[in-house]
Write a protein that binds this ligand. Structure first.
Ligand code: KIV
Ligand code: NA
Length: 247
């Protein structure tokens, strides 16, 4: 899986063999310039979900429920998730462990498939104490095991495991029936997910667990500089770029 937040990216992904698209709340940082995902609103998610959905990709479109749209009560969670589905999402993803079981069950009851997300849950970075690897202590490891089992039991169809030790992700993957999709959690999962801006070399900051396959920042910057240079030296526009009435 990869994230996508806009129409042209979803169009490009449409012609690949990628299995799924996540309209992640990471869009807050990589697209909107917010300091964290805490700032992402439901309106932000709705707008970007609509843009991705307009590309009508064959891939499953999963949408993140942003901070404070599912924690307050289950009714509000169902309403907010429903809006994301109406915007073109085909499933929602929620961060959290056993404490969100009721929310998950309510969403599924309403016909909304839910993807789980454990390990590092960025919406809770303040409580966690930053963006760190989860599972160092035995207690944290056992909590991850418990959460994953409880989430599967609640009915999630897949589980994102972010930034935990590879052997813990392996334990979870072996224990669960549903697919695990990992980011920064090693190779022993059923699938992988990356933020597309990291893959493309477009991010301000790329975490150690992400791989850039191309440096688009450099390619884009070079193209802009060439354009500036061409305009200043009268190399652009050329004959084919304009019409002349008299000739
Ligand atoms: O928002 C996001 O991009 C995510 C992935 C990193 C899993 O939640
Ligand atoms: Na996210």
């Amino acid at each position: 899986m990869l994230t996508a937040y806009d129409y042209p990216t979803a169009k490009i992904i449409s012609s690949t063999n990628l299995d799924g698209i996540l309209v992640g709340d990471s869009l807050g940082m990589v697209v909107l310039g917010y300091p964290s995902t805490i700032n992402v609103s439901l309106r932000d998610m709705l707008s970007h979900t609509r843009a991705v959905a307009r590309a009508n990709p064959p891939q499953l479109i999963v949408v993140d429920m942003p901070f404070l749209t599912y924690e307050i009560d289950t009714k509000l969670a169902v309403k907010n998730a429903g809006l994301l589905i109406k915007a073109g999402g085909e499933a929602v993803k929620i961060e959290g462990g056993e404490e969100i079981k009721d929310v998950i069950k309510s969403l599924i009851r309403a016909g909304i498939p839910v993807m789980g997300h454990i390990g590092l849950t960025p919406q809770r970075f303040l409580k966690i104490g930053g963006y760190r690897t989860i599972g160092k202590t035995k207690q944290e490891e056992e909590q991850l095991m418990k959460d994953s089992i409880e989430l599967e039991d609640a009915g999630i169809f897949a589980l994102v495991i972010e930034n935990t030790y590879a052997d813990i992700a392996k334990r979870i993957t072996e224990k669960l029936t549903i697919p695990t999709i990992c980011i920064g959690a090693g190779p022993y999962c059923d699938g992988q997910i990356l933020v597309i801006h990291d893959l493309l070399g477009l991010s301000d900051f790329t975490p150690y667990f992400a791989k850039s396959y191309v440096n688009l920042k450099e390619i884009i910057s070079n193209a802009i500089n060439q354009y500036i240079n061409d305009v200043k030296t009268n190399k652009f526009p050329e004959k084919q770029h304009y019409k002349e009435k008299e000739s």
